[in-house]
Write a protein that binds this ligand. Sequence first.
Ligand SMILES: [Zn+2]
Length: 455
Amino acid sequence: MPADLLVRNARLVATMDADRRELIGGWVAITNGLVSSLGSSTDPEPEAGQTLDAADGLVTPGLINTHHHLWQNLTRAWPPMTSAPLFGWLQSLYPTWTANIDEESVHVAAWVGLAELALSGCTTSSDHHYLHPPRAGDLLAAEIAAASDLGMRFHPTYGSMSLSVKDGGLPPDDAVRDEEDILAESERHVARWHDASHGAMTRIALAPCSPFSVTPELMRRTAELAERLDVRLHTHLAENAEDDEYALATFGMRPVDLYEDVGWMTDRTWGAHVVRPDAAEVSRLGAAGVGIAHCPSSNMILSSGIAPVVDLRHAGCPVGLGCDGSSSADAASLWQEARLAMLQGKLRSGAGAMTARDALDVATRGGAGCLGRMGELGELSVGSVGDLAVWKLDGPAFAGVLDDPIEGWLRCGPTSAWHTVVAGVPVVREGALVSSRLDEMLAAHRRHARRFQPS
Ligand SMILES: [Zn+2]
């Protein structure tokens, strides 16, 4: 039986499989959404219904985004919020987000944000959607529809906020929901959308927002619910100094202690940022197998710090990449986050401590670990999902790259994906989005962004 798609004529296929095989002159065949065979130039290629020319470029598994807030691209580079650290930044944005968010704006923001990610070689994205004002409608359904229309693999989380200013939290009163309501909605969303099967396009995780916007009781009960439903757990963890100070003042403990206290110190969870753990906390996170969404752009823009990623990896944490919300990054390029992960790793831990291959490992296998899909996502091997990115290595930026296309890929650039393939279907082809709806969606996005950013 012929394959559905054959990607051929690569300079190198970086499989990122268990043996980290690199196939010179390689090809990848995809059938029924899964990798059906792959090989190097000396292996015979199969017949295929469709062929994609890798143009002598680098083929990698599709990159995985483990932390985002897609709707936040509606308030990008908005002057009132461009110079505060985390708490002030959030407080300047909560009112307009809460007043304006609805199904249509979330749908358009997710569509545009996922398109941007696809153009950067991303094939699977998570989304931490924690803002559900009661009047706003079914926002997860709105973003799942966007992912489905584009053909992106999607891990939205049912996020939550329950602790408002009047109860000692950070968000305004009309941004939060009742905790019984949150737990019921969490269960309803898992029942409606979560697909546990191999190769699933949609999976749901549960995601109370942060220690300063939910109660410890909600964290604890959400962990119990995730255990019962067998879904994953996500939240913000140890993001900056304000986060440390809030946890110490409010709970009498540091964020990692609180994480453990509410039953989250397990390999079912992945935390975003994790900039501030001390050495003992790094060891505890590693021993528990807690996943880490490393968000280097956001951590720099909000001046949060440089996360100890090399130490966390050595300790045993799966570390993936996150572009974080588009009001604090503000770009959503997984290639760029991978490059910054490499640069920050070298800066913090030594020039040899984070190579381009290490950063590619974080961008692919590490992300699969965070999402609980090792062996299925983040690698190219027979039976893994047919998600890949093709990167052209030509033009002035790559002149002089001769012997190591993987180091060249991340040291040079900036670059976007030449092709992005999800489940064997091109979402980006020859550097352009396959969908014909981009102009229409960008126009709609502009209208909604103006509502969110009153002039
Ligand atoms: Zn975040």
